[in-house]
Design a protein around this ligand. Structure first.
Ligand code: URA
Length: 424
């Protein structure tokens, strides 16, 4: 049967489900340029308004995977990956990938750069002198065999339909559609070729999904696509209402990750790293105790090998922003709130993040949260340390932090970090 873009748009506009053939045709034709941007914009808006069911979404994902190449990772160990929907201070990939590799799995982490208030893993690692994000497929495979973990930029050929469609959604108000988000994330992860995947779906002010109900819906959609594609998959719902750990930025997050790998670091970063590692190992069918491996120093050794394999010097001093400004507690009490979104925007304004994808980032910019909700504070004590190379960025960062934290008499109720686990 011959399809036309207008027929497909009308079908979705009128609330019908798209047939497999319609989905395959429209995704392929759009990738080839035979369906115009304005037609795909109309279809994306119709999907935004009328949705897609689970089978349609799985088919849409399959078509996006097939728009490009898929890696086939024959590396002599079970392969397992992690994907986070993004948060503030979310440096978990850095300690997690070497930890899971030290436990016996191969972890291919094809990552992105940050945009907006959430940081990007590649931007963080690029603050390590000499470290290189761009690897060939052969280099990825060799490093997975030798070291067990690789964090690098996604290769051009993976899910090109998604790259084109995501850029279009960004400028047409159609990003926030669960079937489109889920198919976008999963097309890249499936093309990457790991046998198992654990998702960290974040909930709260600093996350993409602000409410638990929306985050749950996204987690179920992601898991359902993974199951349809034969992946072993699960999703952890985790809190992102306060920044994760103390460091938010690039080099500061690398430094905090190294503390964790050396057996220290903030309790929440350690807790989430170990929880995600345990889930990844279970999905990969490996019986190992990640907390014990972390404590043994083996994960740190794997980290150093992983950084060296990509040209980085794990012992080099990390860059620090040229200017430092300290926000002090105005009174004695307990820190009762610290808003993740505001801290993320402050770090971004200081130069740690970018507004457009071609903008550079500052390796040394960021925020150190010297107190977290529940901590006792004394008048004059440092609450937040701000670092930047551009002094005029400071006023904007301080403005967004106004009202972002509060000091009271009683500690706020403890929120669980891992809210739930959804298994396929
Ligand atoms: N991240 C993605 O990769 N795709 C989306 O659509 C949203 C977030």
């Amino acid at each position: 049967m011959t399809h036309t873009a207008v027929d497909v748009i009308r079908a979705k506009r009128d609330g019908h489900r798209l047939s497999d053939a319609q989905v395959d045709w429209v995704v392929d034709a759009y990738t080839r340029g035979a369906v115009a941007d304005e037609q795909m914009s109309a279809l994306a808006m119709a999907i935004f308004l009328n949705g897609m069911d689970a089978a349609e979404t799985a088919r849409w994902t399959r078509a996006m995977v097939r728009s490009g190449t898929s890696l086939s990772l024959d590396v002599g160990r079970p392969t397992v990956d992690k994907h986070s929907t993004g948060g503030v201070g979310d440096k978990i990939t850095l300690p997690l990938a070497p930890l899971v590799a030290a436990c016996g799995a191969a972890v291919p982490q094809l990552s992105g750069r940050g945009l907006g208030h959430t940081g990007g893993t590649l931007d963080k690692l690029e603050s390590i002198p000499g470290w290189r994000a761009q690897l060939s497929v052969d280099e990825v495979t060799a490093q997975l065999r030798d070291v067990g973990a690789v964090v690098c930029a996604a290769t051009e050929g993976l899910a090109p339909a998604d790259r084109k469609l995501y850029a279009l959604r960004d400028v047409t108000g159609t990003v926030e559609s669960i079937p489109l988000i889920a198919s976008s994330i999963m097309s890249k992860k499936i093309a990457e070729g790991a046998e198992a995947l654990v998702l960290d779906v974040k909930v709260g002010s600093g996350a993409f999904m602000k409410t638990e109900a929306r985050a749950r819906e996204l987690a179920r959609a992601l898991v359902s696509i993974g199951v349809d594609h034969g992946l072993r998959i699960s999703a952890l719902l985790t809190d992102m209402s306060v920044p994760l750990g103390r460091a938010v930025g690039n080099a500061v997050e690398v430094a905090e990750s190294v503390e964790v790998l050396r057996g220290g670091g903030p309790a929440d970063v350690v807790e989430l790293t170990v929880a995600l590692a345990a889930e990844m190992l279970s999905q990969a069918g490996i019986a190992a105790d990640p907390a014990a491996v972390l404590a043994s120093g083996e994960a740190f050794e794997t980290w150093a090998r992983m950084i060296r394999a990509q040209g980085g010097d794990p012992d080099a001093a990390l860059p620090v922003g040229a200017h430092k400004h300290v926000v002090e507690a105005a009174e004695d009490g307990v820190l009762t709130a610290l808003d993740a979104y505001a801290v993320g925007v402050a770090a971004w304004r200081l130069g740690a993040g970018r507004a457009r994808k071609e903008d550079p980032v500052q390796a040394g910019a960021g925020v150190l949260c010297q107190a977290k909700p529940g901590d006792k504070v004394a008048k004059g004590q440092p609450l937040l340390e701000l670092y930047t190379d551009t002094l005029d960025a400071l006023a904007g960062a301080l403005a967004v932090l106004e009202g972002a934290y509060a000091i009271g008499d009683t500690a706020p109720p403890l929120r669980p970090l891992v809210i739930d686990t959804i298994r396929g």
